[in-house]
Design a protein around this ligand. Structure first.
Ligand code: NDP
Length: 282
């Protein structure tokens, strides 16, 4: 997409979901548009499943600058758009629509966002020292990202075994070893534990990982964000606490913004807008 075209058209962007309470996407994307002096604005559009296809078709017809999808549309959008990036095919879910050669294309930028969250532990990941807790949509994005990063082996635990088995099957049987308990499986060497469960959505939630099993050479990252989680507190006290899910959220948004505008957004202004929004919301 040419920058001149982008600069001269104030086309809007939007996230489509239902419900859409407390979404951080409008403040962070709008902060980046303002900082870059671009005329676009980003809107939150609450769209129910029965209206989703007709709304999507209209926004594509109107040539919206770009779209994001959240629950419950991330999977439903796939059969509606012909061009899809490889990670969308693997995951079976898309969170972004952008334009390439005049055609709408689906992408999943959660995979990129997660890679940025854990990039400092690439060595541990490559040597097969990573445990993912959870088997929902977020855990799927983690497994695909870890695989892209060259993970030798991925350990995975989920409360419901059948969902973990399904994840492995759906993702084409990558090197994933399913565990019975949410406990680091190796006796020595450093490791990384990822909380991709929704235990942590509320600040009072317990951690899915037993505190007494945290060794000093284990680091923990949490996909939850917006407040300190018990999971990260316990890793900070006994091992090493990495960043929370805000880093992943900002990078997945930055990647979508880049696909829409052809430019790199100013991450600091996105981060500041996110923190202001979270402070006002708490
Ligand atoms: P899903 O609803 O798809 O999956 C939820 C997962 O949490 C399942 O594995 C579920 O296990 C597990 N879980 C729920 N309750 C418990 C419990 N009491 N004990 C143990 N496990 C539990 O959600 P997502 O995968 O989409 O999201 C997971 C978390 O990641 C959410 O909190 C979400 O906010 C966050 N997230 C963050 C992103 C970011 O950019 N930072 C992006 C996407 C998600 P079971 O299968 O047994 O029900």
């Amino acid at each position: 997409m040419e920058p001149d075209w982008i600069r001269s058209h104030g086309l809007p962007a939007a996230v489509l979901g239902d419900p859409l309470d407390h979404t951080l996407s409008p403040p962070i994307h709008n902060a980046a548009f303002r900082q870059a002096d671009l005329p676009h604005r980003y809107h939150a559009l609450r769209v129910s499943s029965d209206r989703f296809e007709s709304v999507l078709r209209s926004l594509v017809d109107l040539r919206f600058l770009g779209l994001n999808f959240t629950v419950p549309h991330k999977e439903a959008v796939l059969p509606m758009i012909d061009r899809r990036r490889p990670e969308v095919e693997t995951l079976g879910a898309a969170n972004t629509l952008y334009w390439e050669e005049g055609e709408p294309v689906l992408a999943n930028t959660d995979v990129y966002g997660f890679r940025k969250l854990v990039e400092q532990w690439t060595r541990r990941i490559r040597t097969g020292r990573v445990l993912v807790l959870g088997a929902g949509g977020a855990a799927r994005a983690c497994v695909v990202a870890l695989h892209e990063m060259g993970a030798g082996r991925i350990y995975l635990w989920n409360r419901t075994d059948s969902r973990a088995t399904r994840l492995r099957r759906d993702l084409g049987e990558p090197e994933v070893e399913l565990l019975r308990d949410p406990i680091w499986p190796l006796s020595e060497g450093p490791g990384l534990v990822v909380n991709a469960t929704s235990l942590g959505l509320s600040p009072d939630d317990p951690s899915p990982y037993p505190a007494e099993e945290i060794r000093s050479d284990l680091a923990g990252v949490d996909l939850n964000y917006g407040h300190r989680t018990t999971f990260l507190d316990e890793f900070e006290a006994r091992g090493e606490a990495g960043r929370d899910g805000l880093t992943m959220l900002l990078h997945q948004a930055a990647r979508a913004w880049e696909l829409w505008t052809g430019r790199e957004p100013d991450l600091d202004s996105m981060d500041e807008a996110a923190r202001q929004f979270l402070d006002a919301d708490s």
